[in-house]
Design a protein around this ligand. Structure first.
Ligand code: UTP
Length: 477
C-alpha cells in the first residue's frame, strides 16, 4: 500500500489536489486503501485538463452556454402527410424489416444515470411503471427485445450501460429476474468523473470517498469500445446500434421505419425528434450550426428564440430531442476511441453535491455547491457527415420519467401508456369508454410481447380468435 500511497499522493499534489487526503490521519487501514485505490483509478490528467477549461471559462464569465454562434432550426423527415410521403415511409419500413431479418441491429440502453430527480432507491430501470402489472422499465425493454427476436428470428444483443453507482444493483436485478429470459444481455460500465468546487478542487463525499459521478450518456462511446462490444459486433457483422434511454417506456427500440430511413440515407447518426408541446419544455432542440445538425440544450436556448413562432403560430424551434438514435457502428467506434479528433465536448453543470465540511461532517446542500462534468450522446452529431432526423408521433414514443411528481413523472407516464393502449383498442373497433383526454375510467395494459405499436397491435388483434372484453385491469399479452 505504501507504494500506491506515495504514487497517488505525489500525483495529486503535483496537480494541487492534496486536499483529497486531508483526513488521512483519521482513517483506518481499509479506508486508506479504499481512498488510495479510488484516487489511483481516477483519470487525473483528463480531469485536470477539464478543470483548467472550467477555470478559464469562469474567469471569462462564459458560464455553461456553449453556443455563441448563430443557429437555425434543423430540417427533418416529417410523419407522413400525403400519399407520396406515405409511400416513402412504407419503403423505409420494408427496408428496415429486411435489415432486421438479416440480424444487423444491436440495442444499447443508457441506464447509468443517478435518477436524482425521481429519488427512487435503486437503479431507475428497476422502477415499476406499467399500469396493471407494475412491470419495471428493464422488463418492458426486455419484452420489446424478446418480441423482436421472435419476429425476426434472430438473437439481438442488448448492451446496458451502467455506472459505478448502480452496476452491481443492476446486475443483481437481472439475476433475480433471470435476465427476463434473454440470452444476450451485456452490461457495460461507463466512466466516472470527480465533482469539483468552483475553485476546481476535487470534492469528497465522505472522509475516504471522492465525490464521483457517471460521465454522462456520452460515456457510452468509450464504454462500448473499452468493453469490447464494438469488436464483438464487428465480428458478427452487426452494423447498426439502436441507442435509447431507460427512462422512457414508450421508446420504440426496434423500429423498422427508423432503421429503414437510417440505412437508406447511409446515416452515421439518425435521431428521433418529437414536437415540443410548449416553449419552455425541458428538452433539447435540433438546430443547424454551421450547416450541421446539433442539439441545443433547453438551458442554452435563449427565451426569445424558445418562444418565437412562425406565421401559423407554430414554434420555430419545435424539434425536440427524444433521446433515441441509431448509430453506424464504425462511427460509434471512432467516438469511442477518440481517434482523428472525435472527442466529445464536456459540459459542466453546477449541482447540489453531498459532501463533508472541514470537520468531516456531512453536508446535504440546498443550493448548488459544486460542478459536475458530463458528455452528451447527441454531441456526436457535430462529427457526422451524414445524419438525419426523423419525426416520431410524440404520444406513441415519448413519455420519460424524470421527476417524482408533476411533469414527466410516474403519474404522467402511466396516463400516457393507458391513453396509447386505449387509442390502439379504439382503432381496432373497441367501444370502451374514453374521456376528452383520451383516457378510460380504468387502467389497462398491453404487453410488448403482444405488440409495441399500433400497426402491430391491429395486425395481431384482427387475428385473435377470441378478443377479450376490455374492462378495469385488462391485460393483453
Ligand atoms: P438524465 O440526464 O435524465 O439523468 O438521463 P437521470 O440520471 O435519469 O436523472 P437525474 O438527472 O439524475 O434526475 C437520461 C438518460 O441517460 C442515462 C440515464 O440513465 C437516463 O436513461 N444516463 C445519464 C446515463 O446512462 N449515464 C449518465 O451519466 C447520465
Amino acid at each position: 500500500m505504501e507504494k500506491l500511497r506515495r504514487e497517488v499522493f505525489e500525483k495529486l499534489e503535483q496537480y494541487g489536489q492534496e486536499q483529497v487526503f486531508r483526513f488521512w490521519d483519521e482513517l483506518n487501514n481499509d479506508e486508506r486503501l479504499s481512498l488510495c485505490r479510488q484516487a489511483g483509478r481516477m483519470d487525473i490528467d483528463r480531469l485536470t485538463g477539464i478543470i483548467d477549461v472550467l477555470l478559464e471559462r469562469e474567469k471569462n464569465q462564459e458560464g455553461s452556454h456553449q453556443w455563441k454562434v448563430p443557429f437555425s432550426p434543423a430540417s427533418y423527415i416529417s410523419l407522413p402527410l400525403d400519399e407520396t410521403s406515405r409511400c416513402r415511409w412504407e419503403d423505409a419500413y420494408n427496408l428496415g424489416e429486411q435489415i432486421l431479418n438479416e440480424g444487423c441491429v444491436a440495442v444499447l440502453t443508457a441506464a447509468g444515470g443517478q435518477g436524482t430527480r425521481l429519488g427512487f432507491e435503486g437503479p431507475k430501470g428497476a422502477f415499476a411503471v406499467t399500469p396493471v402489472k407494475g412491470k419495471s422499465l428493464f422488463q418492458i425493454f426486455a419484452e420489446k427485445i424478446r418480441f423482436a427476436e421472435k419476429r425476426y428470428g434472430n438473437p439481438i444483443h442488448w448492451f446496458i450501460m451502467t455506472s459505478d453507482r448502480n452496476h452491481n444493483e443492476i446486475i443483481g436485478f437481472f439475476g433475480k429476474n433471470n435476465s427476463f429470459n434473454l440470452s444476450n444481455v451485456h452490461f457495460i460500465k461507463q466512466g466516472s468523473l470527480a465533482a469539483v468546487t468552483t475553485e476546481g478542487k476535487i470534492m469528497l463525499e465522505d472522509k475516504w470517498h471522492i465525490a464521483m459521478h457517471p460521465d454522462g450518456h456520452g460515456g457510452a462511446f468509450r464504454a462500448f469500445v473499452a468493453s469490447g462490444a464494438n469488436a464483438m459486433l464487428e465480428a458478427q457483422n452487426i452494423d447498426i446500434i439502436s441507442y435509447s434511454q431507460i427512462d422512457n417506456p414508450l421508446t420504440p427500440i426496434i423500429d423498422p421505419y427508423f432503421i429503414g430511413f437510417h440505412k437508406k440515407n447511409q446515416s452515421q447518426i439518425s435521431s428521433r425528434m418529437i414536437l415540443k408541446t410548449y416553449p419552455e419544455e425541458k428538452v433539447g432542440v435540433f438546430c443547424l450550426i454551421y450547416g450541421r445538425p446539433a442539439v441545443v440544450e433547453y438551458s442554452d436556448l435563449p427565451t426569445d428564440q424558445a418562444i418565437e413562432r412562425d406565421r401559423s403560430g407554430t414554434l420555430r424551434f419545435k424539434t425536440g430531442n427524444a433521446g433515441i438514435h441509431l448509430f453506424d457502428r464504425n462511427f460509434f467506434t471512432l467516438l469511442g476511441t477518440e481517434m482523428n479528433g472525435y472527442i466529445l465536448p464536456l459540459h459542466m453543470a453546477k449541482k447540489k453535491i453531498p459532501t463533508i465540511d472541514a470537520h468531516g461532517k456531512p453536508i446535504d446542500p440546498e443550493m448548488p455547491n459544486g460542478i459536475k462534468f458530463e458528455t452528451f450522446i447527441f454531441d456526436a452529431l457535430q462529427f457526422a457527415e451524414h445524419s438525419i432526423i426523423v419525426e416520431g408521433d410524440r404520444k406513441a414514443i415519448f413519455s420519460p420519467i424524470k421527476n417524482a411528481v408533476g411533469l414527466d413523472s410516474p403519474k404522467t407516464c402511466l396516463q400516457d401508456q393507458v391513453r396509447l393502449f386505449s387509442k390502439w383498442l379504439v382503432a381496432a373497433g373497441s367501444d370502451m369508454p374514453i374521456d376528452a383526454k383520451g383516457l378510460p375510467p380504468f387502467n389497462i395494459e398491453v404487453s410488448p410481447l403482444f405488440a409495441d405499436n399500433e400497426r402491430d397491435f391491429l395486425m395481431k388483434w384482427i387475428h385473435l380468435e377470441k378478443r377479450p372484453t376490455i374492462s378495469s385491469g385488462s391485460y393483453i399479452e
